[in-house]
Design a protein around this ligand. Structure first.
Ligand code: GMT
Length: 373
C-alpha cells in the first residue's frame, strides 16, 4: 500500500511509534511517506520505500502563532496527489487528525480519495485534547476518521469517557523491534563507563515533563542509594530538568546521578540497567517501560493509565500508587538485594515484552488500513 504517516518528529512516544511503524511497513514492501516539520529523530532511511516531506512554515510578522495545521493539510494534499497515497495514518489527534480531515475534503473536491486512520497516543486525549479550547475539534476529527485506534484499553476507556465518540475504537498496543535490544552480550554494552561492578543501575528515560514526575524518580533513588551502592541514569531533557538537578544537589547525591541528555541509543543504556523507574502521573501505555523490559530491565512504575497492561505487578516489576515513593523504593531495594529474584524478574520482563513484538502488531495496523476500504 501507499501510506502517509503524520507525527511529531521529536523525542516522545508517539513519534517513536510512528517512525518505527513507518520503517517496518517500508521494510515489508509498503511505500511510506512521512509528512512532518522535521525529519523524525529515529528515522533511518533503511529502505528505498521511505520518503520524508517537510512541512515548511512561512514566517510572517502578522502571525503571533504560525498556522501549522494549514501548512500541514496543504502538504498532505500535495503528497497524496503526487504519490497516489491510499491512506493517511496520523499519530496524535492534535492537530494531525483535524488537518487530515481538511486534506481529505480538499482532495475530494479534486476527485481524489484518501482514507484517514487516527491513532490516539494519550496526552492528545487525557491532558490536552479534552481542554475546552480543543475538545470540539478533537471530537469532530476523531469521529470523521475512517478508523481510530488507541495504544491501550485504558486510553480507549478515557477517550470514551471524555468525548462523545461515534466510531468503533480498536486497541493496537505499542510495539518494539526486539532485535534492537539484543546487544546485552555484545561489546557495545559499556556498563563499565557508568558504574563499578558492585553498583546497581537504575534508569529513567523521558522528556522530563511534569507528568513524568522526575522528582519522584530522584526521591526513590535517594532511598535506594542509602541501602546499597547504586547509580541513577537520567536520560532525556525537558522542563523539569533544572528542578531535578537542584534536588540532586540538595540531597548531596550528585556523584551518583548522571544526567545524560537525550539519546537515540536507549538500548545501549538499558542493556546494563537493573531497574527502570517510571512514576508517571499519566501514561497511556508507557513505551519507555516496554523498551526497558525488552532490554531485560525490571520496571518500577506508578499504576496509572495503561501501565498495568504493560508492567505486570510482582512479575515484570512493581506498580505503586501515584507519589508513593516509599513503596517504590521498598520494592526496588528488596529486589536489588536479592540477586536471584532480580534475575527472575528480568527474565519475566523480557519474556512479557515479546507479547508486544513488531511481528505481532504490524499485521494489526495493516488490517486496519485494509478495513478502511
Ligand atoms: O509521554 C510522553 O511524554 C510522550 C507522549 C507522546 O505523545 O509522544 O507519549 C504518549 O504516547 C506514547 C506512545 O503511544 C505512550 O507510550 C505514552 O505512554 C504516552 N504518554 C502519556 O500518556 C503521558
Amino acid at each position: 500500500m501507499k501510506i502517509g504517516i503524520v507525527c511529531y518528529p521529536t523525542f516522545g512516544g508517539s513519534g517513536v511509534v510512528a517512525t518505527e511503524l513507518g520503517m517496518a511497513l517500508a521494510n515489508k514492501g509498503h511505500e511510506v511517506h512521512f509528512i512532518t516539520y522535521n525529519q523524525p529523530v529515529r528515522l533511518d532511511f533503511i529502505s528505498h520505500n521511505l520518503h520524508f516531506h517537510e512541512v515548511a512554515l512561512e514566517e510572517y510578522p502578522l502571525f503571533q502563532y504560525q498556522p501549522y495545521e494549514l501548512a500541514l493539510s496543504t502538504k498532505m494534499v500535495e503528497v497524496v496527489e503526487t504519490n497516489n497515497l491510499e491512506v493517511l495514518h496520523v499519530h496524535y489527534a492534535i492537530p494531525h487528525a483535524y488537518a487530515a480531515y481538511m486534506a481529505k475534503k480538499m482532495l475530494k473536491d479534486k476527485g481524489i480519495k484518501v482514507k484517514v486512520v487516527t491513532t490516539l497516543h494519550g496526552t492528545d486525549i487525557t491532558l490536552v485534547g479534552s481542554h475546552p479550547s480543543y475538545k470540539t475539534a478533537v471530537e469532530f476529527s476523531i469521529n470523521k476518521s475512517d478508523e481510530v485506534t488507541t495504544v491501550s484499553n485504558s486510553l480507549k476507556e478515557d477517550t470514551l469517557r471524555l468525548f462523545n465518540i461515534e466510531k468503533d475504537i480498536k486497541v493496537v498496543y505499542n510495539f518494539i523491534d526486539s532485535t534492537k535490544y539484543e546487544i546485552a552480550d555484545q561489546e557495545e554494552c559499556k556498563r563499565i563507563a557508568v558504574a563499578s561492578p558492585d553498583e546497581k543501575i537504575l534508569t529513567h528515560i523521558s522528556n522530563f515533563r511534569p507528568v513524568k514526575r522526575i522528582l519522584d524518580v530522584i526521591r526513590v533513588f535517594n532511598k535506594v542509594q542509602k541501602e546499597l551502592p547504586s547509580k541513577l541514569l537520567m536520560v532525556g531533557d525537558g522542563p523539569e530538568r533544572l528542578k531535578a538537578e537542584t534536588l540532586v544537589k540538595e540531597l548531596g547525591i550528585t556523584e551518583k546521578v548522571l544526567f545524560l541528555g537525550n539519546s537515540n541509543e536507549v538500548a545501549k543504556l538499558l542493556c546494563y540497567s537493573d531497574i527502570f523507574l517510571l512514576p508517571s502521573e499519566a501514561e497511556s501505555f508507557g513505551l519507555a517501560a516496554l523498551e526497558a523490559m525488552a532490554a531485560n530491565t525490571v520496571v518500577i512504575s506508578s499504576n496509572r493509565g495503561g501501565l498495568p497492561e504493560v508492567n505486570i505487578h510482582n512479575e515484570t516489576g512493581f506498580l505503586s500508587d501515584l507519589g508513593d515513593v516509599d513503596d517504590m523504593a521498598k520494592n526496588a531495594i528488596s529486589l536489588l538485594k536479592d540477586e536471584e529474584k532480580l534475575l527472575e524478574f528480568k527474565r519475566k520482563a523480557k519474556e512479557h515484552a515479546k507479547l508486544f513484538s513488531l511481528e505481532k502488531i504490524l499485521p494489526q495496523y495493516e488490517s486496519i488500513y485494509k478495513a478502511c476500504f
